[in-house]
Write a protein that binds this ligand. Structure first.
Ligand code: ADP
Ligand code: MG
Length: 251
């Protein structure tokens, strides 16, 4: 992924030919992670495709530049294509075909789909029923050919539950990362957790991260002073202990 602390959490990184899903609410950095994933691939000589369904053209190149990553040159060199697939009333097959042609043109080793919800929305309503099945087939075919896929999906944080995605995730993904907001010290902060990895040996830690001018940066080690981070409203164990000291033994 090109994010050292995150790659460590993933047990070394995402395996080639894996399908990785990033699930989280708006503004948690799903597109930032997709940008970094593609940029790191290019740095390692792996051409890429970004299929964008939600942002304005140039959004991706501009965000990358903000992060100090150059996505412009690879596009000029034919090593990267950013496909802006706005609502076009396309059929699933036409959209998939466009993607596959782009993948073949650049010889892509990495594909980012941002986002699955946007992808579904871009299709003509009559075609949406076929979406999941076609997507499943396409992801299977591409990962089978050794292409690594990062998809994003927007999920709502209810602050009481931790839903992963409304998609049948076990079918679509080998690896799953969940981003979410948590309230800590009167601030809305962000945490990341690796839910599953095909490779198996991933970190179970819930880690705080920030988005800076270098992109997503995983900061603190595991937050051991808090409990119930997955509720979004964690409990500070230290304060709890101060507020309610252990009762003394009666004499
Ligand atoms: N250069 C930057 N420096 C600091 N924060 C940034 C920068 N670029 C984007 N962000 C932050 O990243 C967040 C949006 O990330 P994004 O990847 O678009 O989220 P998502 O795709 O999950 O909606 C915003 O909160 C924004 O403030
Ligand atoms: Mg986004």
């Amino acid at each position: 992924m090109g994010i050292p602390e995150l790659d460590k959490m993933l047990g070394g990184g995402v395996l080639e030919g894996d399908s990785l899903l990033i699930a989280g609410p708006s503004g948690t950095g799903k597109s930032a992670l997709a940008t970094q994933f593609i940029a790191e691939g290019l740095r390692q000589g792996e051409p890429g495709i970004i299929a964008v369904f939600e942002e304005r053209p140039n959004g991706y190149t501009e965000r990358a530049a903000d992060f100090g990553l150059n996505l412009k040159t690879p596009q000029e060199q034919g090593k990267l294509e950013i496909l802006y697939l706005r609502p076009l009333d396309l059929s699933v097959d036409e959209t998939m075909q466009e993607l596959l042609e782009a993948i073949a043109r650049v010889g892509a080793k990495r594909l980012a789909i941002d986002s699955l919800v946007g992808f579904e929305m871009a299709l003509a309503p009559g075609f949406r029923a076929d979406f999941r099945e076609s997507l499943y087939r396409m992801i299977g075919a591409l990962t089978g050919a050794g292409i690594t896929i990062l998809s994003t999906v927007e999920v709502e944080d209810t602050f009481t539950a931790m839903p992963f995605s409304h998609y049948a995730i076990s079918f679509l993904t080998d690896d799953l990362i969940r981003l979410r907001y948590v309230e800590i010290d009167g601030q809305l902060r962000k945490v990341i957790v690796v839910v599953k990895m095909r490779g198996g040996n991933h970190s179970k830690d819930i880690r705080e991260y920030v988005i800076t001018n270098k992109g997503v940066v995983v900061i603190h080690p595991r937050q051991t002073e808090f409990a119930r981070l997955t509720t979004g409203l964690p409990e500070h164990l230290g304060r709890e202990a101060e507020a309610a000291p252990e009762p003394k033994a009666t004499q």
